[in-house]
Design a protein around this ligand. Structure first.
Ligand code: AHR
Length: 506
């Protein structure tokens, strides 16, 4: 396969939104408990945060982390998670059929976020609760002092406000599985009034209205239209969620799912623009793609699955602890490309989730922590995508797929940082059979050195399903991309079949 990609300093999409490299910590399975937090673990610090996990999180480099759910938040009382631990109630978590001890709550998350150097994105419960509890939480978190809720925060040990800017108005309320599922009009009105009340407490906050749980939802499109018709003037973002998996061994279609992601995003943009035009609005609502990933929901077929009520109730069961292989990592790389290509409209995105639950980082209770294959495309893009997103002209050979017809074998996204003097190009070769000869034409971009060239592909002795495990933690990772060179403003690289690569030029 061959691909020719033209980069031009005059063809830009917009600045790289730093919040595009977000992640998600839900009270689900072992994301919080035995994930980021495990008092008694040999690596735990004085507050119970796992240092080994924290180091991996910092290395991966998420910029913003959504909390505390997910489906969990739709039945959550945030007050249960603040105040002296011994007074915090133990509750049933209906969403994940788990016991929630509330040993970890808002203060613990805010403290952890400081250590991890990430922004907090906080979701309020609009499933079982409403305007009052949401505005109380904003007052608790963000009001300086001298009121009931702000003084309670100070009494609970946090003198300074948390100053949380980014708030989700609930989670997946279009889904029949959601506790407190609503129609679009019911949700739209509630979101509108909740947004107004929250902003009356702190006018500086940014708000995310709930969009569709996935593109297949029967209400997709009409949900966004109704919700935005109610909320357009009150919110900064509407959310998108999407999870993809390989079906029945059809790896070719799976590798092309970023085509679906592109189309899904374009569809939501159209709806936003339609509501904006009809309502004669001046403000621009952006997209917060606040749950995306590959998932297989492995672990939900075990006795821990939420609907197996007979299996009993326990804290932090093993839920969806998917192991990601080479193919999954390449697909994750193409999803990151899709998000970056839409960075003028998708300005927040959160990979779901951060640790153990469908996560790039895994940990065992009392045991080690390690990187999954999917860690690498995220870590490199979070570190190297900066400056302006470039609008690429891609002329690529095709690969056939059952689901999408012929698609580009080579998927690409790139950024140009004039200050740093660097160009970062993120490439995936979707072909399962052939390597790809890629030529990057740099046009007017002055660059003559390759400062980084790395590739993730099938390791020696492995296959496309090879994954990192507790016993073999580095089976899949980055190696140097050897076959790359630059001459007369053109970069030429050979991408192995089924690979993800990053090339940085200065
Ligand atoms: O991330 C796992 C779950 O997927 C979230 O709780 C929910 O919002 C989505 O359905």
């Amino acid at each position: 396969t061959q691909a020719r990609i033209t980069l031009d300093r005059d063809f830009t999409i917009g600045p790289v939104p730093r919040r595009l490299f977000g992640s998600f910590v839900e009270h689900m399975g072992r994301c919080v408990y035995t994930g980021i937090y495990e008092p008694g673990h040999p690596q735990a610090d004085a507050q119970g945060y796992r240092r080994d996990v924290l180091e991996l999180v910092k290395e991966m480099g998420p910029t913003v982390v959504r909390y505390p759910g997910g489906n969990f938040v739709s039945g959550y009382r945030w007050e249960d998670g603040v105040g002296p631990r011994e007074d915090r109630p133990v509750r049933i978590d209906g969403a994940w059929h788990s016991i929630e001890t509330n040993a970890f709550g808002l203060h613990e998350f805010v403290d952890w976020a400081k250590l991890a150097d990430v922004e907090v994105m906080e979701a309020v419960n609009l499933g079982t609760r409403g305007v009052e509890e949401a505005r109380s939480l904003v007052e608790y978190a963000n009001h300086p002092s001298g009121t009931y809720w702000s003084d309670l925060r100070r009494k609970n040990g946090a003198e300074d406000p948390f100053d949380i800017k980014l708030w989700c108005l609930g989670n997946e309320l279009d889904g029949p599985w959601q506790i407190g599922h609503k129609t679009a009009d019911e949700y739209g009105r509630l979101a509108q009034e909740t947004a107004k009340a929250m902003r009356l407490v702190d006018p500086s906050i940014e708000l995310v209205a709930v969009g569709s749980s996935n593109r297949q939802m029967p209400t997709f499109g009409s949900w966004e239209h109704s919700v935005l018709t109610h909320t357009y003037s009150e919110v900064e973002y509407i959310s998108m969620h999407a999870y993809y998996q390989e079906h029945a061994g059809d790896a070719a279609s799976f590798l092309a799912e970023a085509v679906d992601m592109d189309e899904f995003i374009d569809g939501v943009i159209s709806t936003i623009d339609a509501v904006k035009a009809a309502g004669k609005h001046k403000n621009q609502v952006d997209i917060s793609f606040d749950e995306w990933n590959v998932w297989y929901q492995r672990g939900l077929e075990t006795e821990d699955q939420p609907h197996k009520v007979a299996a009993g109730w326990k804290p932090y069961p093993r839920l969806i602890e998917d192991a990601y292989n080479v193919t999954d990592a390449v697909v994750v790389g193409t999803f990151l490309n899709s998000l970056l290509r839409h960075g003028d409209r998708v300005t927040i995105a959160n990979q779901a989730q951060l640790v153990n639950v469908i996560a790039p980082i895994r940990s065992e209770e009392g045991g080690p922590a390690w990187r999954q294959s999917s860690f690498w495309p995220f870590a490199r893009m979070a570190a190297l995508a900066s400056g302006q997103i470039l609008r690429l002209a891609v002329d690529s050979g095709k690969v056939p797929t059952a689901k999408f017809g012929d698609v580009d074998a080579v998927d690409a996204a790139a950024t140009w940082d004039a200050e740093r003097g660097t160009i970062a190009v993120f490439l995936a070769n979707r072909s399962l059979e052939e390597s790809a000869e890629v030529e990057l034409d740099l046009r007017g971009l002055a660059a003559d050195r390759i400062t980084r060239a790395e590739v993730l592909t099938i390791p020696a002795g492995g296959d496309r399903l090879t994954a990192n495990t507790e016993d073999n933690q580095d089976a899949v990772g980055l190696t140097r991309l050897e076959s790359v060179g630059i001459e007369d403003g053109k970069v030429r690289a050979t991408l192995p079949k089924l690979s993800w690569a990053v090339v940085e030029i200065a």
